[in-house]
Structure formats: C-alpha cells, structure tokens
Design a protein around this ligand. Sequence first.
Ligand code: G3P
Ligand code: CA
Length: 257
Amino acid sequence: GLMAATAMHAAEPFLVAHRGASHDAPENTLPAFGLAWKQGADAIEGDFHLTRDGKIVCLHDYDTKRVSGTKKVVKDSTLAELQALDAGAWFKPEFKGTKLPTLREVAATVPAGKKFYVEVKCGPEIVPAMLEDLAASGLKDEQIVVISFQAPVIAEVKKVKPAYKACWLSSFAKESPLDPGTDEVLATLRKIKADGFSSKADERLDEGYLKAIRDSGFEYHCWTVDEVATARRFLDLGALSVTTNRPEFLRKGLSGV
Ligand code: G3P
Ligand code: CA
C-alpha cells in the first residue's frame, strides 16, 4: 500500500550519479559511469550534444576547453575530432587517454533494472538521432528519463516518444527563490506535457512550492546534492530522486552507516 511504498522510499532513496561518479572519476566518461554502478547508483545522469556530423557525444560544456585543454566547439566539430581529445588527464593522471563517450557507449553501461537520465544540452534537433540511438541500445522504455532546461526538447520527446519519461529542469533566480514561480512552472510543464520538474536543491525552496507541483500531478526531482542533510531535507519534501556526484557517500550517509 501507500504507507509501505512511502516507508520503502524513505529507507532507499533513489540516487542518480551526476555525470557519473564525478567526485571520483572524470565527469561524463565511461570510467565515471562504470564507477557509478559500482557505487550502487540507481541511475546515471549524463549531458549530451549533437555533433556537426549528426552523432551524439557526452559532454557538459558547449566546447571541450575545460576537460581537454583544447577548445573545440561541439556543434562545429565531428565526433572523430572530439574523440581524438583526452578528457581524463585533467582530472587525475591515471585517467589519461579517456575519451568523450557517445550516447550509445554510455547507454551500453546501463544494467537491467537501472535508469539512464539523458540530459539534452542542445535543442530539439538532437531528438531523431537520440531516439534512434536509445532504441538501438536495447534499453527498455522505462529505463530512460530525458531531462532538459530546454522546454522545446521535452515537448518534442513527449510528442514523438511519449513512453519515455521526460522532466523539465530549472534553476532559480539569484534574487528570488520564487522565480520561476509555481504558476509559471506548472504552465510550462502542462504545455510541454512533461512528467515532472527537476530543480536545483536550492535551500530557499519551501514545502509549499514543491507541494504545489506534486499536488498538480507532477513528479519532483532535485540536483546536485553531496551533503546528507540537504538530501534528507529534499527527500522529506517529496523529491523522487536526488542527483549526486557521490552516490556511495550519500547512500551511506542517508542510511546512517
Ligand atoms: O541533473 C540535472 C543537472 O545535471 C543540471 O545541471 O549543469 O550539472 O548539467 P548541470
Ligand atoms: Ca547535467
């Protein structure tokens, strides 16, 4: 029943590894995703862009400067050009030689029963190739969650592939914890047919804000939380998942071990 489900949720929070286990390995690389599964993550989250030659690469920024030392703008580069770069050495010498992975390579790490949060950093032009790669991965529809700050991306995914869960992401204005306010958030979620809302775990957010979203039938998720007390607070406020750079650390902390 509902009580049991609630109790179970409280005991076993759903933890999403942000860019993989990115506290311990270079973000958005196969070593980081592999480590996330070893650390007991329930899901991995990765950032994706379309390359100039229509392939999908995993990288947070719009160019490769921060993680490789060489600046290549993703949308103006081919996958081969991007994969020639070293995206691991910046983090620690032992990761030297690590490449930027493709969507297909990341999807191939996802074990049965685990989930894959696919964050789209570019626009809806990525959607056809993304759906093709995800279909080819053999993952089940229920293992995929598409997330994006770009509302048109969520709208397109829900139109073409409604079986995939899709959540809209938003940060909050520095000046106000209520910008965007719940009316604006709810209007956007309805318009794009999103399944849920995912926000920065902003300490200014209150119970009423998240309750308004949940009471309107939308899921609520949060990111990026590496402190146990913050994770506990957002789980108590009804977050269905917590995205973290440190899945193992947070799991232990939340279970009181
Ligand atoms: O899970 C959502 C979160 O990853 C969004 O922020 O900048 O880390 O992609 P960012
Ligand atoms: Ca992300």
